[in-house]
Ligand binder design. Structure first.
Ligand code: ZN
Length: 288
């Protein structure tokens, strides 16, 4: 009986040592990858074991009619579709995709069919719609510390005798002010691509999209003068939501009117001597 007891004790002590040695083995940490919405991730959704503090490349690709929105979890850059994650303990990463459906609201004050001077935007045929001109505007001249009030847009249009078909606010909401089938006054004087029909006449052939945005310091100083010093840096440039919306809007317009990619230009391309917008802070690569 004593002998059995001694053997059992040795066995238990041995097992304890094996247990101790086990804890010295490299620890595996868990990475859980999952998806919200419709898309693909690499690595594919599932649970993975990695040595502790392994840096993993992770990427997300949206399905058709969906867009990558952001990551939930401790990735290096939550808005980049390709980024890295450091696997520590139990790390969970979710790729969030949003449905690529654009809702367009009517701009405050309603669609412009008659201007304050009584004139009406000229109508045009659908085959005249061949270009897209991208602009930026704000209320920084009069309200440099609150430059993005949508309710001021109609007033600014009236004051400067201009208007655009679409205005995209800082949250990416798209407002329509002029129907595509009417000519809006947004591009003004300029020329493009040695095409005489476009000289000082881009409005007839193009859709104007205004992003609410303020350019770089050197672009704005000649335009808004002293007010430029009161503009907060966070109000310069454009938001991720605006890039997402303008991408969808441009896609939709290109499809609807068969507009080729090389017919999408900035106001500063059309009239480089006088116009700064959308300016150096607009990242054209994000329209791809
Ligand atoms: Zn412009």
């Amino acid at each position: 009986m004593k002998r059995v007891f001694r053997l059992a004790s040795i066995l238990i002590i041995t097992l304890m040592f094996v247990g101790c040695f086990n804890t010295v083995e490299p620890l595996k940490h868990t990475l859980i990858v999952s998806i919200q919405g419709e898309g693909f991730v690499d690595p594919t959704p599932g649970t993975y074991q990695f040595d502790k503090e392994t840096l993993i490349n992770i990427s997300a690709t949206a399905s058709d009619d969906w867009v990558f929105s952001h990551w939930i979890g401790p990735v290096a850059d939550t808005t980049a579709n390709e980024t890295t994650v450091l696997v520590e303990q139990e790390t969970s990463v979710i790729a969030v995709f949003a449905q690529n459906s654009l809702t367009i609201q009517t701009g405050p004050g309603g669609l412009i069919t008659r201007r304050i001077d009584g004139s009406r935007p000229a109508s045009r045929s659908e085959k005249d719609i061949q270009y897209i001109t991208i602009h930026a505007m704000s209320d920084a001249l009069e309200n440099p510390t609150n430059p993005y009030n949508m309710n001021r847009i109609r007033y600014i249009f009236d004051q400067y005798k201009v208007e655009a078909h679409y205005v995209i606010d800082r949250r990416g909401t798209v407002y329509q002010f002029v129907d595509d089938r009417f000519v809006a006054r947004h591009a003004g004087v300029g020329r493009w691509n040695n095409d005489p029909k476009l000289t000082n006449n881009m409005n007839r052939f193009s859709i104007g999209i205004e992003l609410l945005g303020i350019g770089a310091d050197h672009e704005m100083l000649p335009v808004i003068g002293a007010a430029n010093n009161l503009v907060s840096d966070i109000d310069r440039g454009f938001t991720d939501e605006q890039y997402q919306s303008i991408g969808m809007l441009v896609d939709q317009l290109m499809d609807r009117y068969q507009i080729p990619k090389h017919n999408i230009l900035g106001h500063d391309d059309y009239d480089p001597e006088r116009k700064w917008d959308p300016g150096v802070l607009f990242d054209w690569s994000r329209l791809e």
